[in-house]
Design a protein around this ligand. Structure first.
Ligand code: SF4
Length: 304
């Protein structure tokens, strides 16, 4: 389908702007609930303009801290629907500016990108054709390992792809509780990610949502600290508010997160702490959802 026929097939795009300038967009296809994407502009970051796009309508992985998982899985998004998000966000933000400052497309919105690999790769090919000056593309996955291997085998040479693996736990039993339908073992994920690193040279990110009393013990910190710092770094993310969040999940305080990060980095591993952007319009990690909650609002919003 050509891009402009996709444009006519999508009924409308609605956007909300957060206090920090982040924007959330809702794309309404004719066949069901909307899907969402977000744009983050953060001055001072290495890549100050990030378009975070969705790859599926809903998600089957079922992370218990994620709003997308509160609804059903509907379908994969087509490559054209993924590109439509990128084009819409880029043109809304001003393409010359974002390309000159540094522009990243991040496949970290709704859905498991590697469960829709064919369309994701097609979209990446489209991105590299339309935006050859783009800084990079990031793909975040919960696995399993064989899907990471498929990405490694299919790696397009034209554009650097940064791999992020949703780890979230150091023990398989806890990971299955937090990420219930991401099959496979942590050890296998790390081996597959290492293979990706060997081929691409990419410094692979391990995403870890830090939860009070769940995955934040001294043993967890020691396990993470022992990871090879030449292959991986760790991104510790705060738990963001989503509707109907299980009561047993608690956000860790900023001070306690910093102490945990110090332990994890004790042997040289790079640790980044991410507190989220666009929180007041629920645009950040784990906050995008397929349920039709978004209403058209012009100007700035105080949220829902
Ligand atoms: S965090 Fe990502 S993988 Fe997990 S349920 Fe949400 S969209 Fe799916």
């Amino acid at each position: 389908m050509a891009a402009n026929s996709v444009a006519s097939a999508l009924l409308k795009v609605v956007k909300q702007t957060a206090y920090d300038g982040s924007r959330k967009y809702a794309f309404h296809p004719p066949d069901g609930p909307h899907f969402e994407a977000a744009f983050f502009q953060v001055v001072g970051r290495e890549r100050p303009n990030i378009a975070c796009v969705s790859t599926q309508l809903g998600c089957a992985v079922g992370c218990i801290f994620c709003a997308t998982a509160s609804g059903p899985f509907y379908r994969d998004l087509t490559a054209e629907e993924i590109l439509w998000q990128v084009d819409t966000l880029a043109s809304d933000q001003g393409l010359p500016r974002i390309l000159s400052e540094g522009f990243e497309v991040s496949f970290m919105g709704m859905g498991e990108p590697l469960a829709n690999l064919r369309n994701v790769l097609q979209a990446i090919a489209g991105i590299s054709q339309r935006y050859p000056q783009i800084t990079r593309v990031s793909v975040s996955t919960a696995g399993p390992a064989h899907r990471i291997d498929r990405l490694t085998e299919a790696m397009p040479a034209a554009i650097p792809i940064h791999l992020q693996v949703s780890l979230h736990a150091t023990r398989d039993i806890e990971r299955r509780a937090l990420v219930p339908r991401a099959p496979g073992m942590i050890a296998d994920l790390l081996v597959a990610a290492d293979r990706y690193h060997q081929l691409t040279g990419d410094h692979v990110c391990l995403n870890y949502i830090l939860l009070e009393g769940r995955n934040d013990s001294a043993a967890d910190a020691a396990w993470l600290a022992a990871i090879d710092p030449t292959v991986f770094y760790v991104k510790l993310s705060a738990l963001n508010h989503v509707p109907d969040l299980p009561l047993r999940l608690k956000r860790k305080s900023r001070e306690a997160t910093a102490r945990f990060a110090d332990k994890v980095s004790a042997r040289g591993l790079t640790v980044k702490i991410f507190e989220g952007d666009g929180l007041d319009v629920q645009a950040s990690c784990g906050q995008l959802a397929a349920t039709p909650r978004l209403v058209a609002i012009s100007g700035r919003s105080r949220g829902w």
